[in-house]
Ligand binder design. Structure first.
Ligand code: SAM
Length: 221
């Protein structure tokens, strides 16, 4: 395919259905809400125009400013780990293209997402508008140092590599909440799910991943 417009054509829908079947479902993602969402969020609207022909391939893609849109499988895995329900509020750190937030937004009530690069805040807002996703709020700012008056969330997701478990996010999490975050060094990380159970964090481990660094007050310098 040489060039792709922003229209969601039957051909693109078919590519997306193939992506979900071959890259997501066949690797063990089984939550029907996640599969439905990924089949219905047009990923090609969340990548730079010249990369649209590659939007449904099995890989991350550059979105400018040294950031990437994650590989579809990783988006599926992290979304499934959140155990989303339709009335959940979700906090995201690292909006990037807005794609992960859109996939979550299709399943949950509201997504509040922080991005530290101004150009990407505008990019994500435009992409979400094109995709007609209206329940994602994107804010410019350091997600490791967010305002205190955001309320509480049932879920949080960090889509950049954190040097440590981001304990500073715990105060935003309700009892039973789930936090998904890659923790490690700047080259490779382990994907962690942290569940708040009776006020205490329970950690499980979900494989090696590679994310760009979480840069900020409580991230990397
Ligand atoms: N979720 C994104 C998507 O669906 O396109 C992919 C995120 S990209 C791998 C990581 C993003 O985290 C980058 O856009 C980067 O600028 C952002 N980031 C890094 N540190 C941050 C911080 N402290 N606060 C907010 N965003 C941050």
């Amino acid at each position: 395919m040489s060039s792709i417009s922003s229209k969601d054509t039957p051909e693109l829908k078919e590519l997306r259905a193939f992506m979900v079947k071959e890259q997501i479902e066949s690797r063990g993602i089984s939550d029907s809400k996640v599969l439905f969402s990924m089949e219905n969020v047009p990923r090609h609207l969340f990548v730079p125009e010249n990369l649209r022909p590659y939007a449904y391939e099995d890989r991350p893609l550059p979105i400018g400013m040294n950031a990437t849109i994650s590989q579809p499988y990783i988006v599926g895995l992290m979304t499934e780990l959140l155990e989303l329900k339709s009335d959940d509020r979700v906090l995201e750190i690292g909006t990037g293209s807005g794609y992960q937030a859109a996939v979550i937004g299709k399943i949950s009530a509201e997504v509040v997402s922080f991005e530290r690069i101004k150009e990407l805040v505008s990019f994500a807002k435009e992409n979400l508008k094109k995709a007609d996703i209206r329940n994602v709020k994107v804010f410019f700012g350091d997600g490791t140092d967010i305002p205190e008056d955001l309320g509480e969330f049932e879920c949080a997701i960090v889509t950049a590599a954190s040097p440590d478990i981001p304990k500073y996010l715990f105060r935003y999490l309700k009892e039973g909440a789930r936090l998904v975050v890659p923790v490690g060094n700047q080259c490779v990380q382990e994907l962690l799910k942290i569940k708040i159970h009776r006020g205490k964090p329970e950690i499980s481990y979900h494989g090696s991943v590679r994310f760009v660094p979480l840069i900020g007050d409580k991230g990397w310098n």
